[in-house]
Write a protein that binds this ligand. Structure first.
Ligand code: COA
Length: 632
């Protein structure tokens, strides 16, 4: 089968798009009339890359991660796999046939492998949080008023999604798949045994009219539409939220803690609870809700300089069983969180969408929640919010206690910091005719190498949304070129101009890999496709995937993602492995916002040490460039 990699239209576009045009425009927060889904049909299908291309690139990317002897063994394994009429070619043909039958050969497999089949807790390990810059509200009154504005802004945004009026995201000139925007509201993950499932009611014949409000561990269904279909105004919402808060002053049983457990434990408890009709009805309402709003209890005081990191952590995990970790439903795709001390943020369940559509919605919320325009307010005849009740048997009460202990231990083990590098941002890097994203990624490589004296297997998300139903591939930021640069800096025997050249080479190599990855020529999803093809056709898993080198390459010391936002929003997530960091960054014109996470039980990986090293690396790389450039 000749996949669209040979499609002349696609090739022409690839040639036409120079470096500068390969940009994923961050946030389409402006709402325009009559655009949205019109282009979907014309998007190309995700190609299956040629086998040889992937195997050659695989060897290149693993080279800095293993020693010479191990690499020789891997070369042999890869050669055998790629032989003419060998196992690799058989799997490649089957994969191409599968791709011929599908709108996107990868999307269902990726949803299962990356999310629904994972048995780890979604908390810290999977769901990212987003924190907003600090507002100046305090107390319950301020909390309710701010929460009402946030809800009203999301409902406005939803009108644009429903009417297909959002402007189309683009990478350079290429339009991107907008399907994920349809999946972020009115959707929920459902726990299962061995595998979860996912439900989305946005396009159902009877779309939901309610949101889920969680306060003091009580759950409420709140209808947010007038009879004429217009959304409630912020003023009306404030009245309704007040009723909810007044009626739930005593803490409820923290059933939400169960949703933070590993998926099998939660799946078993869910199965037990779901046998009861009242519980079943409450679950159904939660699953259908447009999104969840968590009105959190007061959290302990932290100094101003730690406030953002603290908020980011509370959004990521709730702050503990004694704080707000039970005041959640972590299966809900969108949980907006509003505290009593100027804090607004979100936790999103990752399976339906990547960060950029979420960031686009939040940019809209941030920009518009203080200026919502004309709204339809009645203030009378608003229906009463309905509390969702649960019958919790003794055995599940014990599970809730256990869930509390588990989340407390997980939080205790997490180090998370949100920081702002203020000395320069994208503008300086662009003035050097370099890609800001690649510059930042190479700084991660050097900072890591300095601290740990080895090359880090690195994951950066690269968008595949140029293709229909596309999600991501991995940009492997660690290359022989980045490794050479890091070693050259540490060895300290090169001239400034040699170092600057090695830096430019490393940045260029990263940008090259990025362009390939977002063009469907990455290696990670292709290799996954070959592995799954073997498993699904009852063949043995090929040696390539059992090789220690493959395991090393998949153990991501740096798990990173750029999520650009127009506002100073910060996304955060946990690290992928104990020997590593999770880093999310929002590069702005003249500063860079970053979150860095690691696990405390590995003291060699301290976020504060890494952050200090990274900031001095940023400065050092700037100085290297300036020392050999006439432009300031
Ligand atoms: N000289 C001057 N300017 C340059 C340049 C160069 N050599 N290379 C790039 N630039 C400019 C770009 O034109 C762009 O300008 P803009 O700010 O005016 O738009 C800017 O620098 C940023 O480009 P760059 O830093 O190269 O990154 P990018 O915007 O192309 O993004 C990825 C790279 C990998 C982040 C992006 O392609 C992507 O895939 N994003 C999705 C990630 C994702 O899904 N994350 C969430 C996972 S949950």
């Amino acid at each position: 089968m000749f996949g669209p990699v040979f499609c002349p239209q696609l090739m022409r576009r690839s040639v036409m798009m120079g470096l500068q045009t390969r940009i994923l425009k961050p946030c389409s927060s402006e709402i325009l009339r009559g655009r949205f889904m019109a282009h979907q049909e014309s998007l190309p299908n995700l190609p299956v890359p040629p086998l040889k291309q992937t195997l050659d690139k695989y060897l290149k990317t693993v080279r800095p991660l293993v020693d010479d002897e191990q690499f020789k063994g891997t070369e042999k394994i890869v050669k055998t796999f790629g032989e003419a009429q060998g196992l690799g070619e058989t799997l490649q043909s089957s994969l191409e046939e599968h791709a011929d039958r599908k709108e996107n050969w990868l999307s269902d497999w990726w949803l299962d492998c990356a999310y629904l089949e994972s048995r780890a807790s979604v908390i810290i390990y999977c769901s990212p949080s987003v924190s907003f810059p600090r507002y100046n509200f305090t107390g319950t009154k301020g909390q309710i008023s701010q929460a009402a504005k946030v809800v009203a802004a999301i409902l406005n945004y939803k009108v644009a999604i429903d009417n297909e009026n959002l402007s189309i995201d683009r990478m350079g000139k290429a339009p991107l798949c907008m399907d994920q925007y349809y999946r972020i509201l009115s959707s929920c993950r459902i726990p299962g045994l061995n595998k979860d499932s996912s439900e989305c009611y946005a396009r159902s014949w009877r779309p939901p009219r309610h949101i889920l409000i969680i306060h003091n561990n009580h759950y409420f269904e709140l209808d947010v539409y007038h009879e004429d279909g217009s959304p409630l105004s912020a003023q009306d919402l404030e009245l309704q939220l007040n009723k909810i808060v007044t009626s739930s002053q005593e803490p409820g049983k923290a059933i939400g803690l169960l949703t933070a457990r590993d998926r099998d434990s939660w799946g078993r408890a869910y199965h037990t609870l779901n046998k009861d009709q009242q519980n079943h009805n409450s679950f159904h309402s939660i699953h259908r809700a447009i999104f969840a709003l968590c009105l959190d209890q007061e959290s302990p005081f932290v100094p101003d300089d730690q406030w953002r990191s603290d908020l980011s952590g509370r959004c990521l995990h709730g702050g503990g069983s004694k704080l707000n970790s039970g005041n959640r439903w972590n299966d809900k795709t969108i949980q907006m969180i509003v505290d009593k001390n100027g804090g607004v943020g979100l936790l999103y369940e990752h399976s339906p969408a990547e960060g950029p559509p979420i960031a686009a919605m939040l940019d809209y919320v941030y920009k518009h929640c203080e200026n919502l325009g004309q709204q339809h307010t009645t203030s009378s005849s608003l229906p009463e919010p309905k509390e969702l009740l649960f019958n919790i048997p003794e055995e599940v009460s014990k599970e809730i206690e256990q869930a509390g202990k588990e989340i407390d231990a997980m939080i205790e083990n997490l180090n998370l910091t949100v920081v702002e590098f203020k000395e320069f941002g994208k503008n300086f890097i662009k003035s050097q005719k370099l890609s800001p994203d690649s510059f930042i990624q190479i700084a991660f490589q050097l900072a890591y190498y300095r601290l740990h004296r080895k090359a880090p297997a690195t994951y950066e998300s690269g968008s595949l949304r140029q293709f229909r139903l596309g999600r991501t591939d991995t940009i492997r930021s660690c290359s022989t070129t980045s490794d050479e640069f890091a070693k050259a800096v540490v060895e300290n025997k090169f001239t400034k101009s040699d170092l600057a050249q090695k830096l430019r080479d490393a940045i260029a190599a990263h940008k090259h890999y990025t362009i390939d990855a977002v063009d469907g020529k990455g290696i990670d999803r292709h290799l996954l496709g070959l592995k799954l093809t073997a498993i699904k056709s009852g063949k043995e898993v090929p040696d390539l995937f059992l090789d220690d080198t493959y395991k090393r390459a998949m153990s991501f010391n740096l798990s990173t993602s750029q999520v650009p936002c127009q506002a100073d929003l910060s996304m955060a997530f946990g690290p992928a492995v104990a020997e590593g960091y999770g880093i999310c960054y929002n590069p702005k014109a003249d500063h860079i916002i970053l979150s860095v996470s690691s696990f405390k039980d590995n003291p060699d990986y301290d976020v504060h040490v890494f952050q200090r090293e990274l900031f001095s690396t940023f400065r050092e790389m700037r100085d290297m460039l300036l020392s050999t450039s006439s432009k300031l």
